[in-house]
Design a protein around this ligand. Structure first.
Ligand SMILES: NC(=O)c1ccc[n+]([C@@H]2O[C@H](COP(=O)([O-])OP(=O)(O)OC[C@H]3O[C@@H](n4cnc5c(N)ncnc54)[C@H](OP(=O)(O)O)[C@@H]3O)[C@@H](O)[C@H]2O)c1
Length: 292
């Protein structure tokens, strides 16, 4: 049995991806922020996949200490049940905001959750992914194409524009995937970004107000159901040999921004390491290799 960790599994696209992987026989460790919603999601997954091996862990992934805590809980489970191996990590939890809001670390919330949380969780789980030759998937968005990194002020501390902050966080997802592949493809770990398309979820109505809420209520009516993009997560986790490209829409490679260069990926890697207080290794060293 393979193991997958899916963040933001308590609703929307993450919940549908959890069903997809549970139906394919994966043991799914879902991460959500609210216990009652996680319990409800587990019931929904079991209803769709009666043999599902599903459990939920609760963490507010906007806060880095919570990312660290849940990473340790995941590591314990993997050590006890799967020889410390992780086959797939899906960094999907995300949010939109209407106003400038910050985390405990003082980081802008969309950048913190949509990018930094996945960056830090992947760092904690890197050797587990290395042991399995695992895959790291981010949930991106076509909106990344309309943006360049705002290097002088990535958190938009001056002149906050919620939509621009969201687009930048989604460009960061692809730059992070590119950075992971540049470093660890040689170690058997592959990263991808899924473009889910426009999907009818509640993302634009959570902790938002005013214009963002109104626009999203209009837009989501034209969105697909979350089950539509879910198949792409299954495709990228299951295909052998691993698919070659970086960015996928409905199981097919798609074009992505010219901003996704090695230089930008390295720059974001270095910045994110500093913001998270961690350093990624130049290669993944697994316990097996250490003993040789
Ligand atoms: N919907 C679209 O059209 C669309 C398009 C492109 C990309 N995306 C991306 O798809 C991803 C999933 O979004 P969605 O549309 O499925 O929205 P969603 O239904 O609101 O799902 C977001 C998930 O993230 C969780 N979450 C929110 N804040 C969190 C926190 N602080 N800590 C831990 N988990 C947290 C939510 O938990 P709760 O259940 O408790 O709210 C939920 O499980 C996001 O990365 C989004 O940017 C969506």
């Amino acid at each position: 049995m393979k193991y997958a960790v899916i963040t933001g599994a308590s609703s929307g696209i993450g919940l549908a991806a959890s069903v997809e992987l549970a139906q394919k026989g994966y043991a799914v460790i879902g991460v959500g922020r609210d216990e009652a919603r996680c319990e409800q999601a587990a019931l929904q997954i079991r209803a769709a996949a009666p043999d599902a091996n599903i459990r939920f862990l609760c963490a507010d992934l906007m806060q880095q200490r919570e990312v660290a805590r849940v990473a340790h809980e995941i590591t314990e489970i993997l050590l006890q049940e799967h020889e410390g191996k992780l086959d797939a990590l899906i960094n999907n939890a995300g949010c939109v905001r209407s106003w400038y809001t910050t985390t405990e670390e003082g980081y802008e919330q969309q950048f913190a959750l949509n990018h930094l949380a996945g960056f830090l969780l992947t760092w904690f789980l890197l050797s587990q992914l290395g042991r399995a030759g695992g895959r790291v998937l981010m949930t991106g968005s076509e909106s990344h194409k309309q943006f360049r990194m705002r290097w002088h002020d990535v958190m938009f501390s001056r002149g906050y524009n919620p939509l621009a902050a969201y687009k930048q966080s989604k460009l960061s997802n692809i730059l992070f995937a590119r950075g992971l592949n540049d470093r660890y493809q040689k170690d058997g770990v592959r990263a991808y970004v899924v473009d889910p398309g426009l999907v009818c979820t509640e993302i634009g109505c959570k902790n938002t107000g005013g214009l963002v809420n109104w626009i999203w209520n209009m837009r989501k009516k034209h969105g697909a159901q979350p089950e539509v993009p879910a198949g792409t997560y299954g495709y990228l986790c299951e295909t052998e040999p691993a698919p070659e490209e970086l960015y996928y829409y409905r199981c097919k490679p798609n074009r992505y921004s010219k901003q996704v260069t090695r230089e930008n990926a390295d720059r974001l890697f270095a910045l994110s390491e500093r913001l998270c207080g961690v350093e990624y290794p130049s290669a993944i060293v697994t316990e097996k290799e250490k003993t040789i």
